[in-house]
Design a binder for this molecule. Structure first.
Ligand code: NAD
Length: 250
């Protein structure tokens, strides 16, 4: 068991086909007590219940609301007494061109992806510092590395670039407390985030550019999270792990 008795918080993990839920399943299989945070309390509780065993937790938490992040972490600590892993997975995108980015769109995309990563990390760091251990995993994207993905607008690339830089800076600052911080940069993963935009033609065109010849699946990213959450990666911090099938090799 890679995560025996570890308390692992995953944000944005209530979406049934999402990366967070796939990770929650893998973490639970490896012995973790999983805490699912998402916008809707019922959806989060149902997702936690679907993991079985009755020991997993689902809570409403909008990661853009600092008080909500602090309250969720306080609740987890009351119940479990420790926090070993935080996966900053919650994110939204908008498939728009530069000139179509609105002030509201900019704020929403930057807030959920970047501000949410900051607020949740700030919420767990005091406990991880007290424990002198912890792993924080941040969800960036190939979009940040190659100047635009396929579904994200420029503000999404900027937000995910910010997440990667924030994670590196946190890794440097928190290393002395034995808190590791790493990022994951997926290519195109088949979840509901693409809405109805992924047509068969577009799918075939994208796959032509992927050496491994397929789109990613949510569990492909979940496995990278698992590696970074566990002691298998005990000497890895400030790293960026590509999960893109070779779409971008650099
Ligand atoms: P998804 O839409 O299935 O999951 C995103 C989850 O985040 C949803 O459950 C949603 O309710 C939740 N969420 C949204 N706003 C929130 C908020 N303010 N507070 C808390 N939760 C919130 O999509 P996914 O593809 O599983 O995305 C997971 C992460 O992976 C995102 O950060 C996304 O940007 C990133 N990502 C996805 C891909 C891809 O191709 N699917 C590629 C690279 C990165």
């Amino acid at each position: 068991m890679l995560l025996a008795d570890k308390t692992c918080i995953i944000t944005g993990a209530a979406s049934p086909r999402g990366i967070g839920m796939a990770a929650a399943r893998l973490f639970a299989e490896q012995g973790a007590r999983v805490v699912i945070l998402d916008l809707d309390a019922q959806a989060a509780q149902a997702a936690a219940a679907s993991l079985g065993e009755g020991r997993h937790i689902g809570l409403a938490c909008n990661v853009t609301d600092k008080d909500a992040c602090l309250a969720a972490v306080a609740h987890v600590l009351d119940t479990t007494g420790r926090i070993d892993v935080l996966v900053n997975n919650a994110g939204i995108t908008q498939p728009v061109k530069l000139m179509d980015i609105t002030p509201e769109g900019y704020q929403a995309v930057l807030d959920v992806n970047l501000r949410g990563t900051l607020y949740m990390s700030q919420a767990v760091v005091p406990q991880m510092r007290a424990q002198k251990s912890g792993s924080i995993i941040c969800m960036s994207s190939v979009s940040a590395q190659r100047g635009g993905g396929i579904f994200g607008g420029p503000h999404y690339s900027a937000a995910k670039g910010g997440v990667m830089a924030l994670a590196k800076a946190m890794a440097r600052e928190l290393g002395p407390d034995n808190i590791r911080v790493n990022s994951v940069t997926p290519g195109l993963i088949q979840t509901d985030i693409t809405g109805d935009k992924l047509t068969d033609d577009l799918r075939a065109k994208i796959i032509e550019g992927i050496p491994l010849g397929r789109l990613g699946e949510a569990r492909d990213v979940g496995r990278a999270y698992l590696f970074l959450a566990s002691d298998l990666s005990a000497y890895i911090t400030g790293a960026v792990i590509d999960v893109n099938g070779g779409m971008l090799i650099h």
